[in-house]
Design a protein around this ligand. Sequence first.
Ligand SMILES: Cc1cc2nc3c(=O)[nH]c(=O)nc-3n(C[C@H](O)[C@H](O)[C@H](O)COP(=O)(O)OP(=O)(O)OC[C@H]3O[C@@H](n4cnc5c(N)ncnc54)[C@H](O)[C@@H]3O)c2cc1C
Length: 590
Amino acid sequence: MNKLDAERQKEIQQAEELLFAGPQALGFAKGLFQGHFVSDWVMPYPRIPAAQQTELDDTLSELRKFLDEHLDPAEIDRQADIPRSVIDGLGRVGVLGMTAPKDYGGRGFSQMANCKVLEEIGRRCASTSVFVNAHHSIGIRALLLFGTHEQKQRWLPKLSSGEQLGSFALTEKEAGSDAANVQMQARPSEDGSHFILNGEKRYITNAAIAHELTVMARTPVPGSDKTAITAFLVTPDMPGFEMLEARMPKMGIRGTATGRFALRDVKVPKENILGPPGKGLKVALTVLDFGRTTFGACCTGAAKTCLELAVQHANTRKQFNKTLGNFELVKKKIARIAADAYAMESMTTVTASFIDRGLEDYMLETAMLKVFTTERLWECINDVFQIHGGAAYMTDLPLERMMRDARINQIGEGANEVLTSFIALVGMRGPGMEFKEIYDTMMKPSRERMSKAWAAGKSRLGATIRVPDVPVQSEQLRGHARQLGHLIRRFNFAVNRALITYREPILDMQLVQERIANAAMDLFASTCVLSRLDGEIQFARRNGETASPNHSAAHLFLRQSFRRIRGFLAGLTDNDDKAVITAANGCLAR
Ligand SMILES: Cc1cc2nc3c(=O)[nH]c(=O)nc-3n(C[C@H](O)[C@H](O)[C@H](O)COP(=O)(O)OP(=O)(O)OC[C@H]3O[C@@H](n4cnc5c(N)ncnc54)[C@H](O)[C@@H]3O)c2cc1C
């Protein structure tokens, strides 16, 4: 085995240990890659229970009132700071401990309800929504999920009220997209009472204003010469904590404090370890599942603002003696924003419900939600910007700020390229393992292998023949449901073909992976839209109401999404991949 192969095997083994240790439940997205429609994950469309809905409605009206009176996004952007009075106000409304248990001073809200809160903030000010995300979705998440009772009792009450703030510190110079490459060291003290941390972190939201930071550092694995990542709770008052840059000057979400800090021989008591020692990467990935879910909510809010601004301008601005809304190329943009905003909300709600239901494994769905909503939001902003023409370019309107703010979304919490590849590879692992079973048996037949290979062959063949049932209640959605079922079958066929054609080299073929991941994301998005539309039609029917105007946008989304899926699948055999690689290599070699 040459050095590259050995490194590849090591990477595969690490990924297997990290992502696939323990029993593997067939979630919705993994099901898609197997040609299944795991309907009980996504249907019926999740609803917030009535009692919780009342509490949420009260909270939202209190929040709206506070934000109307006290939140000035343009001023936050100009001053590159979120005033403490705004943070305190958010704390009073309960936003900063929304999902923390009531016993620890939180509001005990579900993720679905929390997403509605984040959507409301994301509608108005991206700096503020990113600040809340950094504190609540990821900053205190490891404590909420993995903290002991003592740790929670000690830290959570002040963090839930907003008296203290949290931050999540993973990124370093050499550990950006390659998060596993954390270099910060944590050496155990001789008496074992504490760890000594050394290293630097950069691009950390809230670092300079946080009282508690979840810091990822590398610890020795006892009994071996290896190291593994462990999560530590660090406070800035620990001797050796040095803030190198409290507010790195930046293009967008300027109100957030993005910092760079060093730890120099910082002694962190062993009681401050969060989660199992050596399992920090798993802790980080789990935390990011939550961050990506609320990311979806914030993007949904911003997309709704795009729609409002687009409609308002198209209905008032006149050119050629007509308001802009009369022109089809403007209508096209408005319809697309409406369709995408509907889909983003539906996907966010469904994904949040997976967390609330305690389903086992939703890392693919949270990654899909993050990539899909951030890419769609960027398009929405581009569209509303275009509708506003030159006015959008001027700083008295919020559009240039929204555009600056939205650009981080495709980079932060996992660059979209990295997540796209992750979605394809993790999704394809299930069918890939089945093919491997068949292949290994053909190469080295044995009685024991034969029965496993037979089961794998049956599963692969069955998925190729069978059109999965997509169960909807509403007669008028049966056509969409049938189309979705057929597309899932075609998707599964395409995945099988890609695996058989490319075998192991597919691990490096990101252009193929991208089409597979894009098709999977649109299948998930369409499913969420169909589920919600079905729920809303049934609800309206039960209450003798007529269809909402939103529904035409939902229908449009399904048509456009199905067309995109067909395009992605067709691109697997009809593409310019070789020419793309050759042209890029030519440039890179210069
Ligand atoms: C404003 C802001 C706030 C942030 N807040 C936090 C925070 O609170 N906590 C925290 O820990 N981190 C935070 N980050 C860091 C953020 O998560 C990283 O910037 C992100 O993970 C990307 O890492 P990087 O910047 O080092 O880019 P790199 O890893 O250098 O990647 C650069 C680009 O290369 C491409 N690329 C990289 N790898 C691959 C690949 N495998 N395949 C294809 N393309 C690839 C992608 O297009 C990517 O955008 C923040 C960053 C910013 C800018």
